[in-house]
Write a protein of this length. Structure first.
Lengths: 372, 329
């Protein structure tokens, strides 16, 4: 395609923003969220920020094995949680686990998954930050980058066949757009007009690889054009903008008008995961510049502008959320590891002879050894 | 003379020496360059060779595995690093249907001298999708060679030989071995593919293992010694081609065999060895061949469950006792 055809004001090139620096909302793009919804979003974002910090601390102390935080990217999962209907399905990547918390998944059960102990509905089988909750229609991402994208399109396609009226939302990082599964998902979504929304959180880094080395495309959103899907480029650090874009995209999908692709432009403020040290590959000045666009600060300025919060209400909220998280960690950490024999369950729908045979082998293992 | 090197340093030395020796050799993969390798195997190599020969890629294993196959067909000698072998699942078609078959399907017109390497099997609490012992899948494929060293010297010698080999060779490393130290001979050090190594001589039972499980087998052998049981440990090093001669010779001395490996019990390298030994040394065997493997389930995350799932010393010792008592259950 002639690069000239990419006009700077095209939605897949231009950045859609609502929140202005002074805390006001741009009336041209403001989705008109109620005060109640705004306050809920703010509360959830603050809770997620505190929760991530606490989980990373636990990992540093050796109390949990791994954690992938959403620091700097909280607006996207929280806006998603606010925009979806209870029967919609969510297929997150690493940074969007918390959508389920907004949809009412209990914090204690969420934390138990990070510990992988007896309180974990996944029975200690999955790595932390790979949460699934049937009750809230959320499916864990796969450790191998990308498979959740076709899953979401398949779920959307099936829900249309079942006439449930529900839609699916899938997430990926910018790096994941290099995988074949991204192409497959976009292509099928386009050809079949599947009732889904595919969101890419462009946080500028895939571990140490900058987006410019991941794709030569001018934006990620513009990739949607070639698949025959509308692409939207939204300010991912702006809860209102993300909410508005997702609400419209979900409506489109629900009324049979087809899928939407969303590039949410944001920044990973912390390390890739607890196994990474970002100071080795990126400049502090870049991090500092993005810190000024912090999604929580920007929402806060807006709520102050609207007169909905004060320093005093913030301090009270922080105390309340910190206590909630501390109590949940205390409650969960006491729980024992899952029963040893439980590792033989759920491999097949029914217990098979080979699994019964493995029970004998398991009993030979003796107490958990310290080596290995 | 020999120096003490860590496993990762031995691998790095192999790549550096071969890249110095042969300008057609290059390294490609995720995070191999600027990040210095996800597990620091390629530390310093970008500075030394530049970004034409130490190549960072987008996250697309099927992409860079295929790029490697294409480059190999026209005369380069790629070393393709998978951040872990688990992610090679995304590139399986390139390895199974392309790298392994280029020579045969082209009637021998093309060759595919390529090395695929990276950490394999469990790495402590990384869950089922990150803990696969992929060697069993790949070792079934004609056209591929598969090696799995346990010690730094073999890591260096096998990788150098793999790079010089005119076939696709898959090198299975282990995240849990990268920091392990060992003596590595000075000067040119090559280890022939398809040669096992008796790392501990013994009389009563043969333990066959490879990669990290060789260390577990050695630990078990040390404990068994205290019970008066003398276990011989054969470190396979190559899984395909398989050194059946060394295995059979050992079983002819000890009359008992226990195979220890990560990965599931259904099929796989251990089953292959059991088949060969019962055919080639039936009369030498005093007891059925036993295998100690990962349990037949996806690997759990929880540390306690994971330990119970993995082959470990206690289960090796138990299997040895059973083979000595001729019990199989
Ligand atoms: C198939 C596969 N290859 C490589 C990896 C290792 N890996 C884990 S996360 C990651 C980067 C992901 O980047 P991106 O998609 O941008 O998401 P982000 O983590 O930045 O949110 C990589 C390379 C993997 N998990 N799966």
């Amino acid at each position: 395609m002639d690069p000239e055809l990419l006009r700077d004001d095209d939605p897949d090139i231009a950045l859609l923003t609502v929140l202005r620096d002074d805390g006001s909302a741009d009336p041209a793009t403001d989705p008109g969220m109620s005060s109640e919804t705004l306050l809920r979003g703010y509360r959830e974002m603050r809770r997620l920020r505190l929760l991530d910090a606490r989980m990373i601390l636990l990992q540093r102390q050796g109390r949990v094995g791994f954690y992938g935080a959403a620091h700097g990217q909280e607006a996207v999962p929280i806006a998603t949680g606010l925009a979806v209907r209870p029967d919609d399905w969510v297929f997150p990547a690493l940074r969007e686990q918390s959508v389920m918390l907004v949809r009412g998944f209990p914090l204690t059960t969420f934390i138990a998954q990070v510990f992988g102990n007896a309180g974990d509905v996944l029975k200690g089988r999955q790595m932390p930050s790979h949460q699934s909750g049937r009750a809230v229609h959320q499916v864990s991402w796969s450790s191998c980058i990308g498979p959740q994208l076709p899953h979401a399109v398949g779920a959307a396609w099936a829900m249309r066949a079942k006439k449930t009226g529900a839609v699916a939302v899938a997430f990926s990082g910018d790096g994941a757009t290099s995988q074949g599964d991204f192409h497959a998902a976009m292509n099928f979504a386009g050809v079949w007009r599947a009732p889904c929304v595919i969101v890419c959180q462009n946080n500028h880094w895939s571990i140490s690889v900058p987006t410019s080395k991941q794709t030569a495309s001018r934006t990620i959103a513009v990739k949607a054009r070639a698949y025959g899907i509308p692409g939207v480029r939204v300010d991912g650090n702006d809860l209102l903008a993300v909410y508005g874009v997702l609400r419209d995209a979900l409506d489109r999908a629900r009324r049979g008008a087809g899928p939407t692709f969303v590039e949410a432009v944001t920044y990973r403020m912390g390390a890739h995961s607890t196994s990474d040290d970002p100071t080795r590959y990126r400049a502090q000045a870049e991090v500092d510049a993005w810190a000024k666009k912090d999604p929580l600060d920007r929402l806060r300025r807006h709520l102050v502008h609207l007169g909905l919060i004060t320093d005093a209400s913030d301090a009270a909220l922080d105390r309340e959320l910190t206590a909630e998280i501390a109590a949940a960690v205390d409650e969960v950490e006491k729980l024992p590891a899952p029963e040893r024999e439980s590792l033989l369950a759920d491999v097949y729908a029914e217990p098979t002879w080979n699994l019964r045979e493995q029970l004998g082998e398991l009993r030979r293992a003796g107490p958990a050894p310290t080596h290995g | 003379m020999a120096r003490t090197l860590r496993f990762r340093e031995a691998l790095r030395e192999a790549m550096i020496e071969e890249m110095d020796r042969d300008e057609r050799v290059f390294l490609m993969g995720e995070e191999v360059g600027h990040y210095q390798g996800a597990y620091k195997v390629s530390e310093g190599m970008l500075d030394r060779f530049g970004d034409k020969r130490v190549v960072d890629t987008p996250i697309a294993e099927s992409g860079f595995a295929g790029i490697g196959v294409g480059a190999a067909m026209v005369g380069l000698r790629p070393i393709i690093e998978f951040m872990t072998w688990n992610f090679s699942a995304v590139a399986f078609d390139q390895i199974l249907n392309n790298a392994a078959k280029v020579r045969q399907m082209s009637g021998g017109q093309f060759e595919c001298p390529i090395v695929f390497r990276g950490p394999n099997a469990s790495a402590r609490q990384v869950g089922s999708q990150h803990s696969h012992a992929m060697e069993h899948f790949y070792a079934t494929v004609p056209g591929l060679k598969v090696v799995a060293p346990a010690f730094p010297a073999d890591a260096k010698g096998l990788l150098k030989t793999a790079i010089r080999d005119d076939n696709p060779v898959l090198v299975m490393e282990s995240e849990t071995l990268y920091a392990v130290k060992g003596d590595v001979p000075d000067g040119e050090h090559l280890v022939e593919l398809g040669r096992a190594h008796v790392v501990r001589p013994g009389r009563d039972v043969t333990l066959v293992a490879y990669s990290r499980m060789t260390h577990v087998a050695l630990e078990a052998a040390t404990d068994l010694e205290k019970e008066g049981v003398s276990a011989e440990v054969v470190d396979l090093r190559s899984l395909r081609p398989l050194d059946e001669g060394t295995i059979v010779a050992s079983v002819e001395r000890t009359h008992r065999l226990v195979v220890v490996h990560e990965g599931w019990p259904y099929g796989g390298v251990g089953a292959e060895i059991a088949d060969r030994v019962q055919r080639l040394a039936f009369d030498a065997l005093d007891a059925p061949i036993l295998r100690v493997t990962t349990l037949d389930v996806p690997m759990p995350y929880s540390a306690k469950l994971e330990q119970a799932c993995m082959p470990q010393r206690d289960r090796v010792i138990d299997a040895v006792r059973r083979t000595l008592a001729r019990g199989t259950n």
